[in-house]
Design a protein around this ligand. Structure first.
Ligand code: UD1
Length: 314
């Protein structure tokens, strides 16, 4: 029997957390679609006997149709992430994030999948005058990545309205935690902080370091992904997937130095193009309509993450 659950980008940092959450909840098997462009099979090592891995590109409709046939839910997390990468080289992310998402939705529709949960991005809001950011605000994407993710949201809604495929889009807010890859110039800031902290080197903050983010622990996001698939009556909707808090980079780096008992003043560099200044989620809709219940405070999440990197980097 083919798995009922499919995760695109399932070998990635967030996708593999969704796979683990599904298996922990009792799923027999989960299918993963990943071209390993930024994912790693090692992320699925502990659960590999219950994972069916397809090394495939999401732009390959025929392959997706075959994998999706018989599936109930698809979590679509495969993407080329990163705001600065999309500015440095917009074509690949345009193709994968927009055409790939279209291909996933088309294949899910044709395979008669019950619902697709789509990883959207908080970057779609851009700089808003008011915080926290709420779903009813007009989007102002500031980078190709932000726009691409927004187009994916609109496509999800269109597939629900025009073609009857149930979709739910979740705007992720700066997800962090174990397995986030710190090896690239485009890596998420908290993975870079972990690497620097353990190597006892100073990170470079772009701008004054007072830009703020709603850092959200990966297990909380994965739990919400599962709820978004199962909640009735929300097809076609978009929800913020954040923690609801807001910390500056300077604050987080100070907390981490304190945890380790070290003093490593950061370097400061020029601001980064396409960067949003402040980001914080209004989580009311996700809490009341999907049952979102983040469990990790910033400090707990940082401690868990630090412990994982300490272990992984020896
Ligand atoms: C953005 C999106 C997020 C999305 C992610 C995908 C916003 C508000 N959020 O995250 O929803 O999932 O892209 O990649 O747009 N920084 C440094 N030094 C470094 C690296 C980064 O100071 O070496 C700064 C950046 O300039 C930025 C902050 O850290 O201000 C966070 O950057 P990053 O982790 O790349 O994520 P966002 O671009 O915020």
């Amino acid at each position: 029997m083919k798995p009922k659950f499919v995760v695109t980008g399932g070998a990635g940092f967030i996708g593999s957390a969704v796979v683990r959450a599904l298996l922990a909840e009792g799923a027999d098997r989960v299918a993963v679609v990943d071209n390993l462009s930024s994912g790693y099979l090692a992320n699925l090592e502990q659960v590999q006997d219950r994972v069916e891995t397809h090394v495939a590109d999401i732009r390959d409709y025929d392959e997706l149709l075959d994998i999706f046939t018989g599936a109930r839910f698809v979590w679509h997390l495969a993407a080329i992430p990163s705001v600065p990468r999309s500015i440095a080289d917009p074509l690949p992310s345009h193709d994968v994030n927009i055409n790939g998402t279209f291909s996933v939705l088309r294949a899910a529709h044709d395979a008669k999948v019950e619902r697709v949960v789509y990883a959207a991005s908080s970057s779609a809001y851009g700089d808003t005058l008011v915080l926290p950011k709420i779903e009813t605000m007009t989007p102002h994407p500031k980078s190709p990545y932000a726009l691409q993710k927004l187009v994916g949201e609109y496509y999800c809604n269109l597939f629900t309205e025009n073609f009857g495929l149930e979709t739910v889009a979740l705007r992720f807010f700066n997800v962090y935690g174990p397995r986030q890859d710190p090896s690239s110039a485009y890596s998420g800031i908290l993975s870079l902080f972990m690497k620097h902290l353990l190597a006892r080197t100073s990170p470079t903050l772009f701008g004054d370091g007072n830009q703020s983010r709603d850092f959200t622990y990966v297990e909380d996001v994965a739990a919400l992904c599962l709820k978004a698939a199962r909640t009735p009556g929300v097809a076609g909707r978009m929800y913020n997937a954040g923690n609801g808090g807001r910390y500056t980079l300077n604050e987080i780096w100070a907390m981490l130095q304190q945890m380790e008992g070290v003093s490593l003043p950061p370097h400061y560099g020029p601001p980064r193009a396409g960067d949003v200044r402040d980001s914080q989620a209004d989580t009311t809709a996700a809490v009341t309509e999907l049952g979102h219940a983040p469990r990790f405070t910033m400090e707990q999440g940082l401690r868990e993450t630090l412990a994982w990197y300490r272990n992984a980097m020896v």
